[in-house]
Structure formats: C-alpha cells, structure tokens
Design a protein around this ligand. Sequence first.
Ligand code: GTP
Length: 320
Amino acid sequence: MSGRELDLDAILAGADEPLPEGHRSGLLALVGRPNVGKSTLLNQMVGEKVAIVTQVPGTTRNAIRGVVTRSDAQLVFLDTPGLAKPRTLLTRRLNELVRDTWAGVDAVCFLVDVADGIGRGDEFLAAELAGIRTPVVAVANKVDRVRDKASLLPRLARLEGLLGEGRSFADIVPVSAETGENVPALLDVLVSHLPEGPRLFGSGHVSDQPEAQLAAEILREKLIRDLQHELPHSVAVTVDEIRPSEEREDLLEVDAVIHVERDSQKGIVIGRKGANLKAAATAARQELEVLLGAKVFLTTHVTVAKEWQRDAKQLGRLGY
Ligand SMILES: Nc1nc2c(ncn2[C@@H]2O[C@H](COP(=O)(O)OP(=O)(O)OP(=O)(O)O)[C@@H](O)[C@H]2O)c(=O)[nH]1
C-alpha cells in the first residue's frame, strides 16, 4: 500500500547509521576553466560510488556534481557556473551569486591543466578566488602529460603565485585525473579542510532529485541538533520537490513535511510559539541557499505519521 511508509524507513535507516568519531562532511566547489578535467577528476574520485546527478530544472544554478562517501567523511561537490563578463546588471548579479557560493562552501577545489600550462583563463579565475576567505586547494592536473618531469617544478611554482601577493593556496596537489595518480592523496587533503559533522546524504540513497533529498536531510539535521534530548530519532523529513517560484524568477520553493510518531512530539518540534521550528527552518534555509545558489522559500508542515499510516481511508483521500 503506502510507499510513503517505506520512504520513512529508508530515510531514518540512512540517517541513523553510526559514524566514527571525528567524521567530517562538507560542501566543495569545483572550479576551473573549460577542459581542465573537472568531470574526469570527479569520476575518478567518486569511482563506483558515483552519484552524478541531474540539475534541478529551473533556476537552480549550483548542481551537485558528485558525492564521495567514505567511512570517515562525506564530500559533496558543487559545480558553479562560470563567471561572465560583468557587462549587464544581470551578469553582475549572477557573478555575485557565484562568489557567494564560493564564500559559503567549506573549500574550493581549483583545477588547472599543468600540461597545457597556466593561461589567462586560470589567471582570471584565480584573481576572483583571491577575494574570498574560503580555503582554496589548487589541483595541478594532467601530470601524466608532462613528459619532461623537470619542467613540472617551474609550472608548480607559477601556480603557487597565482593568487597574488598576501594570499596563498591552502594546498597544491599534482594529480592525473585520467590515470588516478595521486587522487587518493588529494581526497585526504580536501577532507582535512572540512569541518566535523554527520553525513549530508544518507548512506548511498540518492533520489532522482537529490537536491530535494538533501534539503530534507539538512532540515532533519537542524531539528535533531536542537531537540536531540527530547526527540531521539523519531522524526523524519520529506521534500517531494524543489521548484522555481512562479512569482519570482530568482526564488526556489521548498515544501518540507516533518513526520513525527506522536502528538506530543509534534508540540516539541514546533516549540513555544513556534520557536523551535522557526530556528531549525531558518538555519536549514540559509544552508540551502548556499547549496542551491538561489534564494529559498522554505515552508514546513508537521504531521503525525503513525496516525496517517493507520487510517487507510485518510491515506486514500491523500492519494497514497
Ligand atoms: N592526459 C590526461 N588527460 C586528461 C586528464 N584529465 C582530463 N583529461 C582529458 O581532458 C579533456 C577534458 O576533460 P573534462 O573532464 O571533460 O574537462 P572539464 O573541466 O570537465 O571540461 P568542461 O566540462 O568543459 O568544463 C578530456 O579529453 C579528458 O580525457 C589527465 O589527468 N590526463
């Protein structure tokens, strides 16, 4: 009968999996001029656990390009669009959004092609990256194509100075995305720049709209964080879709349903004068705006799941 019941189980099972102490997680922006090897690197990093995912149709600009889940860490890679020449008000605004994303992620992974050499496209991006506080890890890709290994050192030295005076890369890691050489070391370096925290995605479940799933998990994490003493794990969150607002082009609408098991838990989730729910929803919205690169309008609805599941007639009326 109700697929909804199964969904809840899957979400709760994934989110409750025990994680080792010191587990890290975070968002990373993958930045680099066209053809430097971003897709190749991502495929190499995610390996079999690949979760290359489609973009939310509409105004979402930061697609989740891949999720790397290890036993000790989870890395969520965002692909931000390229910066355009700031000729019009629109391109200026769009560039601002890209910069906001770079500022809001935990680390930026900046790829260059050391075989081809560093060019004006890289310099342009580096100048933009120099203005943010987020740690930037420079990845010198395509080392397999540099035949004369002695020439690698001056190339890396040039890369080192690229951010300009007073600003340096958090790390510089030479790799070959094609052969996989040194890619495990790069992953370790990236993980070292992430904060401690639980997985953003449950264990391997990636839906056909992973941004919606991630939105649900972010809100659940905020609720659990605030209410863990009163509400041990008996809360699930579902988001069916993220859709562009019909009224405002730059706005995404997210409707979240919070499922609890008992009426008493509903009161706890909502809190006095709605304070608990408001605090969790605000924190979740702020994180989602970074993730999706757009303004987010988040609505929440709390429902007592057990009662729904028991009442077959009611479920029928609701279309389950
Ligand atoms: N030899 C070699 N080739 C590579 C390496 N990484 C990527 N390539 C090749 O470089 C080309 C571009 O790689 P992509 O991964 O598509 O580059 P991208 O940065 O995702 O490109 P855009 O989607 O245009 O931004 C492809 O032909 C890859 O096979 C590498 O480490 N060594």
